[in-house]
Write a protein that binds this ligand. Structure first.
Ligand code: OGA
Ligand code: NI
Length: 356
């Protein structure tokens, strides 16, 4: 291997990530200090039903489109979250995708790192905690693989080659989930009164898959897999395991569990759609708690704009009685700011119009 500057620095990163992955060192250890969160964001006592509030489940197989649109809009306004059933993605493909995601995270740290190190442009990479590991005050209990999905012919070369079925299964999976994403956005566009074409170009051009893995945690009361956040995307379509809780939604000052429903997808509104809808839909705040018995794996499919695409409130939703709450900016500016700040208020200030 040559020791050019970029290769050398990527080599360092490669070794560091390998050692930092939670899955590579957690076994038998108590929770390190660096994972103990400040009291205000610790989950504290778990295993008590936190709320009787239930995330709505929408049956996409029904024939009454108006009713489906209404259910989606209501859930998106009230919770920023809903689940979908009869969504058209084959159950066996969902099972295969989950299995291959689990197999990826079950590989040795070295294998995982090798599989994700061949692209210096980071079309595919592995990280642990948040994407700010080097600068964050404390860490989170999660390892993630992330890669882009579109165009498939270009992106697939960067995806892991091990497990050997990964590319085959995940390409079929992302193709199907992408179609589901278009269907959901079309229903949302009808509900908002925005042209369906609004979402068919740059705004949805760069979908991204994030394969999250939360190893069994020595003390789930003290730490989190992912802290309270909003997704920096239009929508996220999440595949979670059948029988493991972990995802929680923040609503009316309380945390609501998202119940795992076999072969349903969890859909949530991201902050970019909040901007496009001029605040009509809510980019929901959520977090992930860990558990001490089992590892949990999930796969996020982020419906994402391309870097240069302008994100701004849809023109038809802006008028004198409803002025633009957000300014217009290229997605890459928004996303770069998202990556460097963990303070939501700061990000909000960055995207709001000064008059708001
Ligand atoms: C995310 C996320 C939830 C989960 O990837 O942004 O919130 O259950 N994931 O892993
Ligand atoms: Ni999220």
């Amino acid at each position: 291997m040559t020791c050019s500057g970029s290769k050398f620095s990527s080599h360092i990163t490669f070794l560091q990530v390998m050692e930092q992955l939670v899955a590579s060192w957690y076994n038998g250890r108590s929770l390190p200090e660096t994972y103990v969160l400040p009291l205000e964001i610790r989950p504290g006592k778990l295993n008590v039903p936190v709320s009787t509030n239930i995330i709505p489940v929408v049956d996409l197989g029904g024939h009454d489109e108006t009713a489906i649109i209404q259910q989606i809009l209501e859930a998106s306004q009230e919770f920023g979250f809903f689940q979908v059933i009869n969504h058209g993605v084959p159950s066996n493909l969902m099972d295969e995708a989950m299995n291959v995601c689990k197999e990826f995270h079950a590989m040795s740290a070295k294998d995982k790192a090798i599989q994700c190190s061949n692209d210096l442009n980071k079309n595919c990479f592995l990280y642990t905690s948040s994407q700010r590991y080097a600068t964050e005050k404390y860490h989170f209990w999660r390892d993630s693989l992330t890669h882009f999905c579109h165009p498939l012919e270009k992106q697939i070369q960067f995806w892991p080659e091990k497990p050997t079925r990964y590319r085959n299964v995940v390409s079929k999976y992302t193709t199907e989930v992408s179609k589901l994403g278009s269907t959901i956005l079309e229903l949302i566009s009808k509900g908002l009164g925005v042209s369906p074409e609004h979402f068919s170009n740059g705004l949805t051009e760069n979908p991204k898959m994030i394969v999250n893995h939360y190893p069994p945690c020595p003390d789930p009361t003290l730490t989190l897999g992912v802290p309270k956040h909003r997704d920096p995307v239009l929508i996220n379509i999440l595949l979670q395991e059948d029988d493991l809780y972990g995802l929680q939604v923040f609503k009316d000052e309380e945390w609501i569990d998202v119940e795992p429903i076999p072969h349903a997808f969890v859909v949530n509104i991201g902050y970019v759609l909040q901007i496009i809808s001029n605040g009509k839909l809510k980019g929901a705040e959520h977090r992930v708690v860990t558990n001490s018995n089992s590892a949990r794996t999930s796969a996020s499919f982020f419906v994402n704009p391309s870097d240069e695409t302008l994100i701004e409130p849809a023109k038809v939703l802006v008028n004198t009685s409803s002025p633009a709450l957000y300014r217009s900016l290229p997605y890459k500016d928004f996303h770069s700011k998202f990556l460097v700040t963990s303070d939501w208020k700061e990000l909000e200030k960055f995207v709001r119009t000064t008059s708001a």
